[in-house]
Design a protein around this ligand. Structure first.
Ligand code: DLL
Length: 443
């Protein structure tokens, strides 16, 4: 089922015409109402009159997280505060938080985007959706909440935490869809196991998971442990929150609500727009929002785009699942290492649990990479020789994928901290004196 067939199945020509019309209108509006954008456009010597084709968007300047911080808190708002009905904020890792605003219409656009996502995952009015994303300034909780209500589902606004109660409500309410971060889904799965709750006795059949990077192997793990289908949902506060894109039943890329958010892929180093299909940094432009109409926002998220129509019938642009961030790349002894590469290796190893922490430190002048990973209960109580063998196996696999060696520390099950929101996977001790230690954000 498709929530908004008219918009999600437009022909390529119709879609481009609609995008162009909305884009031109937005560029004119931000120029007239937001001084910071006017200044930037003037500096670049562009106005909305220069936009004849969608591709002309490339002439317009980017917006970065720093621009948002420089204009903290309301400097990039396109509507007076009396028209703003909601504010959200994401804390980030350093400096001032990012603040975003929504008019009543913006909240509707957001609910519409999440409604599409819920339908994408096979959900609808008959579903009971347990929203275990954090409620509050983080966009996850309220984002899924409004989308759930929009499709007429029964929403259970439990928020993150109280994991025992999460499981109890699955049983008592007959919850059919879970919405939370992938790492928290694993944590709930672990609790189900502890409470001896058999997933085949539950009505849970789908999970809408996002807000943090996760791999396909992590998906398999969650699907198996919870007996459901796990769908990837993507979004960011600066654009709207969750619902910018979501997987459909084909699980073959995420459908972008591109009648609202126009995606581009750029070379992270040069900022040049890359041809369709190439991997690079995602950039989004909001073309319908009033209060926070971000233009060419650099997400730092790495993906690629395809406009090939999907088997599900939707014709929107699709993005490949996020494979990392341009700023989460670690440079260890001169070698580029993405945490997702490490996750993929660990998830292939049967004897480990899907909980790990990457610690980078300096030993003398040399960078040291340590990977702490939990080992399954049965294995941990096994002979030392077997553990050593396992350690060697992981070290070999990591070395063959990354091209550098790592210290592997096998730790007991349940010793790596579980979070209820976005997981912290990396501690880079080399940068500790310059700020917080992780890429994790509060949720
Ligand atoms: O995380 C919005 C959200 C809430 C998305 C619930 C999905 C579900 P922020 O806190 O602003 O907003 O963080 C945005 O999180 O730039 C990505 O780096 C990361 N992210 C979000 N969704 C995914 C995903 C919300 N599906 C930042 N896969 C983004 C990988 C994701 N990374």
């Amino acid at each position: 089922m498709i929530w908004n067939k008219e918009m999600e199945c437009l022909s390529r020509e119709e879609r481009r015409a609609l995008q162009l019309y909305r884009l031109r209108r937005t560029l004119r509006r931000v120029y007239e109402t937001i001084p910071a954008y006017r200044r930037r456009f003037d500096e670049a010597g562009v106005t909305s009159d220069d936009l004849h084709h969608l591709e002309d968007l490339q002439q317009f300047p980017f917006t970065s997280k720093n621009d948002l911080r420089d204009n903290y808190p309301f400097g990039l708002f396109g509507s007076p505060l009396k028209d703003v009905v909601r504010i959200h904020s994401s804390s980030g890792t350093t400096g001032k938080p990012v603040v975003v605003g929504y008019t009543r219409e913006d909240v509707d656009i957001w609910a519409e985007s999440v409604a599409r996502a819920i339908f994408c995952s096979g959900g609808g009015p008959d579903d009971i959706i347990q929203v275990a994303y954090g409620y509050g300034l983080f966009t996850g909780g309220l984002g899924l909440h409004y989308g759930g209500e929009k499709v007429g589902a029964t929403v259970v606004p439990i928020s993150g935490g109280n994991t025992k109660r999460q499981v109890m409500l699955f049983e008592d309410f007959g919850v059919t869809i879970l919405a939370c971060t992938p790492s928290y889904a694993l944590c709930i799965a672990e609790m189900m196991n502890e409470m001896k709750v058999d997933h085949s006795k539950l009505k849970l059949r789908a999970a809408i998971l996002g807000a943090e990077p996760w791999s396909n192997s992590m998906r398999n793990e969650i699907e198996e442990r919870m007996g459901l289908k796990a769908y990837d949902i993507y979004g960011l506060s600066e654009i709207i929150g969750p619902g910018v894109g979501c997987e459909c039943e084909c699980q073959d890329g995420l459908h972008i609500c591109d009648d609202h958010f126009i995606p581009e892929i750029v070379d992270p180093d040069t900022g040049e727009v890359l041809p369709e299909g190439e991997k690079g940094e995602l950039v989004f432009t909001c073309v319908t929002k009033q209060a926070f109409p971000t233009i060419r926002f650099r997400t730092h998220d790495i993906s690629r785009l395809t406009s090939e129509p999907c088997r599900c019938g939707r014709t929107t642009m699709r993005m490949e699942r996020i494979s990392g961030r341009t700023d989460d790349m670690l440079i260890i002894r001169g070698v580029n290492v993405f945490p997702s590469q490490i996750e993929s290796v660990l998830m292939q190893i049967e004897e480990t649990e899907p909980y790990y922490l990457i610690v980078v430190d300096k030993r003398g002048t040399l960078d040291e990479l340590e990977i702490r990973v939990e080992v399954r209960e049965q294995i941990f109580s096994d002979q030392v020789r077997k553990l050593e063998e396992l350690q060697r196996k992981i070290r070999r696999e990591i070395e063959s994928v990354l091209g550098i060696s790592a210290v592997i520390r096998l730790v007991e099950p349940k010793t790596i901290e579980r979070g209820i929101g976005k997981a912290t996977r990396v501690v880079d001790r080399r940068t500790l004196e310059n700020g917080p230690e992780t890429g994790g954000k509060a949720s």
